[in-house]
Design a protein around this ligand. Structure first.
Ligand code: ZN
Length: 205
């Protein structure tokens, strides 16, 4: 795509690096911004800059947070003896939206995927095992998507735990196999948390 302005071209190039945004869409977005008051673009760049420099990972659960310890982990009303293991912040948001969960989370940051070169060492599994053995935790709920990667990750964690008195459960598979949690409707997801099943019962091996 030939663009007559170098400044415009640079902006389009940057925007088109975003996932799912082609050059044409990037051009449309940039032209849209140009039509808006300058303050809007300034607010956008400021929001992104602040996000980038100030957002952090919760020290306890690895969820994205404005503070060292996130609002969920620092809330004394949450049940710290139940830990729900999820892939990323979108799953935390999906489960929070159901209003049916009062425990805390552990965000792995992905799933084990040999195809994509993601191994256990790339995920927050060590801190989960440590947390699971701290004496305060009584139950782990595996809430990864029901894909091969999700199952592999659950099983790896299960093995790492070794002999344990923890109650291990997995969300009931009202969630269609292969679906991502964030696309499950709130009622289905809420029910699947309440009707969770023992993890070992979910292993068909
Ligand atoms: Zn946290």
């Amino acid at each position: 795509m030939e663009i007559s302005s170098r400044l415009l071209e640079e902006a389009v190039d940057e925007v088109s690096r975003l996932p799912g945004i082609g050059k044409r869409t990037a051009l449309r977005l940039v032209l849209h911004l140009l039509k808006q008051p300058a303050e809007q673009t300034e607010r956008l760049s400021e929001a992104l800059r602040t996000l980038r420099t100030q957002i952090q990972q919760c020290r306890q659960c690895h969820n994205l947070s404005d503070r060292e310890v996130c609002d969920i982990c620092s809330n004394p009303k949450r049940d710290h003896s139940i830990v729900c293991v999820v892939e990323d912040i979108r799953d935390v948001m999906a489960i929070e939206n159901t209003g049916h969960y009062r425990g805390i989370y552990h965000v792995l940051g992905g799933k084990i995927s040999p195809m994509e070169g993601v191994g256990p060492q790339d995920l927050h599994i060590d801190t989960l095992i440590k947390k699971a053995k701290n004496g305060e935790v009584k139950e782990l709920i595996f809430a990864l998507s029901a894909t091969m990667e999700g199952d592999t990750t659950n099983f790896y964690i299960f093995k790492q735990l070794g002999e344990t008195a923890l109650r291990l459960s997995t969300i009931a598979r009202g969630i269609p196999v292969g679906d991502e949690l964030e696309y499950a409707d709130e009622v289905t997801l809420g029910r699947s948390i309440l009707q969770r099943i023992p993890f070992e019962g979910s292993l068909n091996r």
